[in-house]
Design a protein. Structure first.
Length: 310
C-alpha cells in the first residue's frame, strides 16, 4: 500500500509544511473580472488584500477543476500509489467534496478516499498534516480515516469579521437573513458547525470588539477545559498580523497548558470574509495520536467539542 495525501490551497500550508509532510496542494481558482488567478500562485497574500481594498469589482471563487485533480491522480498512478486521501475545504461552503465523491466512484486506477473536514484554513491543515503523519508512520487507510473522523469531532472554530458584507455577497453565511440588518456598530461572532454540516453561522454579537474577543476566549475556555486530550490551536488573520500576534500572545499567557500556532487567511477564503478577519481553530493535539515511539495509537475515541448549533 502506497498512500498519497492531497489537499487544496485553502489549508494555507506553508511550503515547509508541504515538503516536510509530503502533502500535495491543488490551488483553488479565484475569478476577478475577466481574469482567473490561482490561490497563492498567480496572486500573493499581500497583493490580494491590497487589491481588494480599492477594487470596484469584487472577486468570486470556483473550485479546483476535474482536470487539476486528474493531473495529480495521473502522477500518483505513474509512481505506483495505490491510494490517495483527498481533503477539500468544507462541503458546507463548497461543492468540491461532493464532486470528489463522484470522481472517486469513476476512477479505477487508484483508490480515492475523499474526506470532508467540515472546515478550512488551519483546521483543514491540521487534518492534512495528521493524515500525512499517519502515512509516514505506516498506518493503513482504515486507521487514517478513523483518526480523521476522530480529529474532526474535536475541532472548534470562532472568528470575528469587520462586517458580514462579503459573507452575505458570496452566500457563505447560513443564517444571513436572520442576522444581517442589526449590525451597525456590532462585531458579529461566527463559528463553523464542524461536527455536522460545516456551515458558517453567526452565533452572537457584541457592541465592542473587546467584548467580542472576550466572548470568543470564553467559548474556547468552556469548550476545551476538562477534555481528556491535549489541545492544539491556531490563530490566523486576514492581513492583520498585529491583531493576530496580540491574540497569540494573550492565549499563550492565559492557556499555558495548550499549544498555539499562527497562520493566515489567504486569498480564496479572504474573498468570503474580508480583510481584518481574525480567527481561532482548535483541535486535539496531533502528537497525541502517536505513542512515544512515534507509532500510531489505535482505538482513539475523543470526546466531541460539545457545541450545539440551531
Amino acid at each position: 500500500m502506497k498512500i498519497a495525501v492531497l489537499t487544496d490551497s485553502s489549508a494555507y500550508l506553508t511550503k515547509e509544511q508541504q515538503e516536510q509532510y509530503h502533502i500535495d496542494v491543488v490551488p483553488i481558482p479565484l475569478i476577478w473580472g475577466n481574469k482567473t488567478y490561482y490561490d497563492l500562485v498567480d496572486i500573493s497574500y499581500e497583493d490580494f488584500y491590497q487589491k481588494i481594498e480599492t477594487a470596484t469589482d469584487l472577486p468570486t471563487t470556483s473550485q479546483p477543476s476535474l482536470g487539476q485533480i486528474t493531473e495529480f491522480v495521473d502522477d500518483y498512478v505513474a509512481n505506483g500509489y495505490t491510494d490517495v486521501i483527498i481533503l477539500p475545504l468544507s462541503s458546507g461552503i463548497s461543492s468540491s467534496y461532493q464532486n470528489l465523491v463522484a470522481y472517486a466512484q469513476e476512477e479505477d486506477r487508484i483508490k480515492i478516499h475523499p474526506f470532508d473536514c467540515h472546515t478550512t484554513c488551519a483546521g483543514l491543515a491540521d487534518c492534512a498534516i495528521l493524515a500525512a503523519r499517519l502515512v509516514a508512520a505506516g498506518a493503513d487507510v482504515d486507521l487514517i480515516m478513523h483518526d480523521l473522523e476522530d480529529l474532526r469531532k474535536t475541532i472548534g472554530v470562532r472568528f470575528l469579521v469587520d462586517n458580514l458584507a462579503h459573507l452575505k455577497r458570496t452566500g457563505r453565511l447560513s443564517n444571513a437573513a436572520t442576522f444581517i440588518g442589526t449590525l451597525l456598530h456590532i462585531t458579529p461572532i461566527l463559528a463553523m458547525d464542524v461536527q455536522k454540516t460545516g456551515h458558517i453561522s453567526a452565533i452572537a454579537k457584541e457592541r465592542q470588539y473587546k467584548r467580542a474577543y472576550r466572548h470568543v476566549q470564553e467559548d474556547f475556555d468552556r469548550l476545551t477545559k476538562d477534555k481528556d486530550y491535549p489541545i492544539h490551536a491556531t490563530i490566523f488573520d486576514a492581513d492583520n498580523p498585529k491583531r493576530g500576534d496580540e491574540w497569540f500572545k494573550d492565549y499563550q499567557e492565559k492557556f499555558p497548558q495548550d499549544d498555539f500556532d499562527r497562520s493566515i487567511i489567504g486569498p480564496v477564503v479572504g474573498v468570503h470574509c474580508g480583510k481584518n478577519t481574525i480567527a481561532i481553530i482548535w483541535c486535539r493535539n496531533l502528537d497525541s495520536y502517536f505513542d512515544q515511539d512515534g507509532k500510531p495509537i489505535t482505538g482513539i475515541n475523543s470526546a466531541e467539542v460539545g457545541e450545539k448549533f440551531a
